[in-house]
Design a protein around this ligand. Structure first.
Ligand SMILES: [Zn+2]
Length: 197
């Protein structure tokens, strides 16, 4: 069985959501330039969260509440720790943080079905607040990855001046970069170095 088929569609979608939250809501570097996370400014926090929700296919009908958005930013910072620990092969640290996230978000598996849709496994209640519901799902998705042979699929970009994260869903499991842009940046630098050398 390959890694590609082992992620079911819900696990895939919560892992994709984790990546978007970490990459959009935590500071660091992105594609060679400094990346600033949304600050305490209410406008920047809620608009960053709205953008993240839109990116994962859940555009909010109205601006998300400020408290909820702030909590999601904090939880994204903790999800980043999981990616960094897994990338460093420190699975003990990754597991400790995931367990804390599962506890703090009160994640609990249950089957839900939308109208005309099949039953599927979710990790939060249907009436959960935005931040908590998503973070519970993300924590469960990360737990499924780290608790299986897919732990090595959580990564941090290997390109210089970039710390955006990714989940490697490729067949061969050799992904090292957050984006095609970072991959070609590194390729071009290696090419220049060869020519100069
Ligand atoms: Zn990158």
């Amino acid at each position: 069985m390959t890694g590609q088929v082992s992620f079911d569609s819900h696990a895939r979608s919560v892992l994709t959501a984790s990546v978007e939250y970490v990459n959009r809501l935590t500071p660091g570097y992105s594609g060679g330039t400094p990346y600033s996370a949304p600050t305490d400014d209410p406008e920047s926090v809620t608009s960053a969260v709205a953008d993240a929700l839109t990116a994962i296919g859940y555009p909010p009908a109205s601006r998300p509440p400020l408290d909820d958005s702030r909590r999601l930013v904090q939880l994204a910072q903790r999800m980043r720790l999981v990616f960094e620990a897994a990338d460093a092969r420190d699975l003990d640290a990754a597991a400790t943080e995931i367990n804390a996230l599962l506890r703090d978000t009160n994640a609990r598996p249950q089957l839900d079905r939308g109208r005309d849709r099949p039953w599927s496994l979710h990790f939060h209640g249907p009436d959960e607040q935005l931040a908590n519901g998503w973070a519970a799902g993300c924590a469960a998705g990360l737990a499924l990855a780290v608790g299986s042979d897919l732990a090595g699929r959580l990564g941090v970009c290997a390109a210089p001046s970039c710390d955006r994260v990714f989940v490697d869903m490729s067949k061969n499991g050799q992904r090292r970069f957050c984006s095609p842009q970072c991959q070609s940046r590194v390729k071009a630098a290696a090419h220049r170095a060869r020519q100069a050398g």
